[in-house]
Design a protein around this ligand. Structure first.
Ligand code: ARG
Length: 594
């Protein structure tokens, strides 16, 4: 892609006044800003810094620079002109306007739109792809549900946000590893085994694993309130499990497999896969090493029989590494996992997409790893997100106020199917479209806002087809696809970068705005990666979708004039490709028809 900012920097740096002031191209480049409003141009050069060297007021400098640029005869074509006078490769500036201390640059719309469309045509599915990752290793840990517990709407956030972050990093050229750190270990499995032995049966678990295991677990708590000896029994059973007791191990393995079967169905619906399911249990034989190492490094203190790392200097409660009965904890397993990951994968970044309720947990153990002298601790990143609640309150497994993710996805698909039938939407495969749109709606809803915001789950919002929603964006993709289908051979030619297009047909407000938004796509992906914030990609494709609808409404695309038609179809193609690439990054399918 032509680097317009660079071209403008070169233009400015060549002006005598700038040479006098002693600014070189890179300094000018660094000063150039992108105005917040399009009415102030595409780029702006502030003159405050020149004031001292040139001994003039910045306003005066801005006016003089503008006059010099206008006199230089480079602004040969009016910006927005659609008379075909534009020539690609020509100067990119259409107009310069001085406004107080700024020189505002308006690009030539024809040159700009043409360059953007050409870029998308050349790169197609790779449009927006980056190379900054340069093959460096990034781990993205996400989803990580607890086995034998419901996979509910609260888990969707980590699952969907993590998936998008991984896609973004991979698109930026990183070598990513997708890890599901299953919650498959801990004292609760002692309870589960005790409960199963007392009240459970195999057939029920096979038929409805999570529901059954959960009901035994709930019963355990009810009974243990009356008979505390159950708790001791559970502790003993867990100790047996930790020491490799065969029967206990077999039961635990079976619970795990049954749960994974259920999770697997949800992952399949969402189109999500993992490279590793190394969960908490995977580290059970790596725990002694952590304790020994902490001890050797003089970090472990004894406190009421338990082993802890004191973090009071950092205003945090102590990290509890081993309980007085010798059993390990969630945090111990996280430390063991991080050490293992460094040794096994040699990550540069190790990203944890986990709810903000666990902020303290991550702060604590990141600090412990740092105190152990591991400089890679700084490569561990916690990416938190806000809470999902239901309209009737916070989700609670115990009180039965829980929405299963699988039900949400199934219901989204079936309701979408109803809407498709009702609205008589043209599609050759209702079930397939309903699946793509229903699931897409749920996923999009998760990625529409800043991840840190809490939100209330609402069916109406998820299944809304208007406004800033998944179906709305998918519909724009399908609409663009439909225009291209209608244009047949012309569309094929328009998508081909070897077919020259005349950008002067892409100078209208909506066409130019589309080009501006599409141009931003690669930078927005970088930004999303830096901030671990997929919603910036979501927002851009919503903007593109809205602008496309304006363009579609305002302009005739399939006109008689061949050159005009090809140019517009090429823009439609660029919209479809960019929206499609964006949806793919978010983990959402892009229907060709709907
Ligand atoms: N299983 C945990 C939960 O459901 C989340 C695990 C997060 N990852 C981690 N490495 N601690 O709350």
């Amino acid at each position: 892609m032509r680097d317009f900012k660079n071209e403008i920097a070169a233009l400015i740096a060549g002006l005598p006044a700038i040479v006098d002031a002693g600014l070189d191209v890179s300094e000018v480049f660094a000063l150039i800003e992108i105005p917040p409003e399009a009415s102030k141009g595409d780029y702006a050069f502030p003159c405050f810094r020149l004031s001292k060297a040139l001994r003039k007021a910045p306003q005066q400098i801005a006016a003089e620079l503008t006059a010099t640029l206008a006199d230089a005869g480079i602004l040969d074509v009016a910006e927005g002109a659609a008379d075909g006078a534009a020539k690609s490769g020509g100067n990119c500036v259409g107009r310069v306007v001085a406004e107080s201390a700024y020189v505002n640059f308006f690009l030539r719309r024809d040159v700009f739109s043409e360059a953007v469309v050409n870029e998308v045509r050349v790169k197609s599915v790779d449009y927006g792809k980056g190379t900054i990752g340069n093959g460096r290793k990034v781990i993205v840990e996400f989803s990580s549900p607890n086995i034998a517990k419901p996979f509910h709407i609260g888990h969707i956030r980590s699952t969907v946000i993590g998936n998008a972050i991984e896609h973004i990093y991979s698109f930026l050229g990183y070598d990513t590893v997708r890890i599901n750190h299953l919650g498959d270990y801990g004292t609760q499995f002692g309870k589960m085994i005790v409960a199963y032995r007392r009240w459970g049966n195999r057939a029920d678990v096979e038929r409805a694993p999570i529901q059954s295991l959960l009901s035994y677990y709930t019963k355990f708590h009810e009974e243990a309130a009356l008979d505390p000896s159950l708790e001791d029994e559970a502790r003993e059973v867990f100790a047996k499990l930790e020491n490799g007791g065969e029967e206990e191990l077999a039961l635990w393995k079976w619970f795990r497999e049954e749960s994974l079967g259920e999770f697997g169905r949800v992952y399949k619906m969402l189109g999500i896969e993992f490279d590793s399911y190394a969960g908490e249990s995977f580290y059970s034989d790596k725990m002694d090493r952590v304790t020994d190492e902490l001890k050797a490094k003089g970090l472990l203190l004894e406190s009421e029989g338990a082993q802890v790392v004191d973090l009071s200097q950092w205003d945090m409660p102590p990290a509890l590494i081993r309980k007085s009965d010798g059993s390990t904890l969630y945090i111990t397993r996280d430390i063991a996992a991080a050490i293992y990951r460094k040794e096994h994968y040699d990550f540069e970044k190790n990203i944890y997409v986990v709810a903000s309720q666990q902020n303290l947990h991550f702060k604590q153990w990141f600090k412990v790893v740092e105190l152990m002298g591991y400089d890679w601790a700084s490569g561990c990143v916690h990416v938190p997100f806000g809470l999902v609640s239901l309209e009737d309150g916070v989700m609670s497994t115990r009180e039965g106020r829980v929405v299963f993710l699988e039900d949400v996805l199934n219901r989204a698909v079936s309701q979408t199917r109803e809407i498709i039938v009702e609205k008589n939407v043209s599609t050759d495969n209702i079930d397939e479209t309903a699946r793509q749109v229903g699931i897409g709606a749920v996923v999009f809803n998760e990625l529409a806002n800043n991840r840190i915001k809490d939100y209330v789950f609402s069916w109406d919002k998820v299944l809304n087809f208007e406004g800033e929603t998944g179906p709305y964006v998918q519909y724009v993709h399908a609409r663009a696809a439909s225009v291209l289908r209608k244009a047949e051979a012309d569309a094929v030619r328009a998508a081909d970068p070897d077919t020259a297009i005349d950008g002067s047909y892409l100078g209208s407000d909506s066409a130019y705005e589309l080009a501006r938004l599409i141009y931003k796509f690669p930078a927005v992906i970088m930004d999303a990666g830096e901030k671990y914030e997929p919603s910036v990609v979501t927002r851009l494709i919503v903007d593109i979708a809205q602008t496309f609808n304006r363009f579609y409404h305002d302009e005739y695309i399939l006109v008689d004039d061949a050159a005009e038609k090809i140019a517009k179809l090429a823009l439609v193609y660029a919209v479809k490709q960019t929206v499609g690439n964006g949806l793919a990054l978010l983990g959402i399918e892009a229907p060709e028809r709907m």
